[in-house]
Ligand binder design. Structure first.
Ligand SMILES: Cc1cc2nc3c(=O)[nH]c(=O)nc-3n(C[C@H](O)[C@H](O)[C@H](O)COP(=O)(O)OP(=O)(O)OC[C@H]3O[C@@H](n4cnc5c(N)ncnc54)[C@H](O)[C@@H]3O)c2cc1C
Length: 343
């Protein structure tokens, strides 16, 4: 869109190397329903190509695939030797049911997958399934993130779908300190209502004015793996303990990006750093690795101890990097799927 092309040119003039974001979006389909710029749900059908719209719809065309919805899996059971998962126990409509299979892949997200495997502890696996290394639930990571509004009162941002540009000029090394700082990318285009909801004291007219004249950026820095950042299950309840890391790098990324925006002609730059309640990129609780002493699953996402158990979600990421994780998670799941189909 012209407004984004103009920002791209302004960033280049400021010495930055912007690039187009890799996106799983069908932009025409997205906008067909409504001209909604925020990366939410203008079209819950097929605009944002998520697991349901992409592989699941295709898989359901196979006669040997079925989907149970509204079900909550409470534990996995093994045979008495503990070497094989035999059943998943789940609740649907308040009734306990179980399903048997040759292979099980757990993909309930970084918190829930770890909790499920911990809850499935039995005589053969007293610390939880796939937890011989005692790493299950540990190394929980959640990116350090900040929203930045770069405002140019002289020109309006006319774009509809803004989230299309990124730059990694500080990703590998800060020019002064040499430390890796992170990624900067455009956010969805905010509206006055979104701004007002996040800053209730702002008069509505001012929120509208800011929204019209700003570009929203999302700054992401790596959160480092730490065994003490962990998910545990205590008396049936999930307990999260997140020890945040690497904030100095994130603060420097904010400083550097603010400088970039000023050089690119945005005199007003506002920021909000997200806290522990914004857990959009949670990962790391069943880290993959080739050493069974220090990891939960193999590089193929298979449990080191239970041959027919895979974990195929964000849990397996051994580091969080500093970019959005969904495509990496999907790639790892596809890789695990290929291994399962050959076995
Ligand atoms: C608001 C928001 C915006 C985001 N935007 C982006 C983005 O633009 N790009 C990007 O790359 N990433 C983005 N992310 C991150 C991305 O969505 C996650 O990293 C990704 O979905 C994690 O995948 P997952 O398979 O680990 O878990 P999930 O996608 O969370 O899937 C887990 C599934 O398991 C189900 N489940 C959980 N427990 C059970 C149980 N006991 N029984 C049965 N089912 C269960 C859940 O209902 C869920 O459907 C965003 C996240 C949020 C919250």
């Amino acid at each position: 869109e012209p407004a984004i092309a103009a920002v791209r040119a302004r960033l280049k003039e400021a010495g930055i190397h912007p690039a187009s974001l890799p996106l799983a979006i069908d932009i025409n389909e997205w906008l067909r329903r409504a001209k909604t710029g925020w990366d939410a749900f203008p079209n819950t059908g097929s605009g944002k190509i998520d697991a349901e719209v992409g592989p699941l719809t295709a898989a359901l065309n196979s006669s040997n695939v079925s989907l149970v919805t509204g079900a909550s899996v409470v534990r996995l059971e093994t045979d008495p030797t503990g070497r094989k998962v035999t059943a998943a126990v789940f609740f649907k409509d308040g009734v306990e049911r179980r399903i048997s299979a040759g292979v099980f892949a757990v993909a309930a997200g970084a918190v829930q997958s770890a909790a499920l495997l911990l809850r499935s502890a039995n005589a053969a696996h007293p610390r939880g399934l796939a937890n011989g290394s005692d790493q299950l639930g540990r190394n929980f990571m959640n990116h350090n993130t900040t929203a930045m509004l770069a405002i140019d009162p002289r020109s309006a941002n006319t774009s509809v779908y803004q989230k299309t540009l990124a730059f990694n000029d500080f990703y590998n090394a800060d020019p002064e300190t040499g430390f890796p700082l992170g990624n900067v990318q455009l956010l969805g285009h905010i509206t006055g209502n979104i701004l007002k909801a996040n800053a209730p004291l702002l008069p509505r007219w001012l929120a509208g004015l800011i929204a019209r004249n700003c570009y929203g950026w999302f700054l992401t820095s790596e959160d480092l793996p730490n065994p003490e950042s962990r998910v545990t299950v205590q008396n049936g309840r999930i307990v999260m303990h997140w020890v945040r890391s690497n904030m100095r790098a994130h603060e420097l990324l904010i400083r550097r990006t603010r400088g970039v925006m000023r050089r690119a002609g945005f005199p007003i730059v506002l920021t909000r750093t997200f806290g522990r309640k914004t857990t959009s990129h949670q990962c790391g609780t069943a880290r993959l690795g080739s050493d069974p002493e220090t990891s939960v699953v193999s590089p193929d996402c298979r449990s080191h101890e239970i041959a027919n158990l895979y974990v195929t979600d964000a849990s397996v990421l051994p580091t969080s990097a500093a970019v959005n994780p969904a495509l990496t998670i999907a790639a790892l799941a596809i890789k695990a799927g290929a291994v399962i189909s050959r076995s």
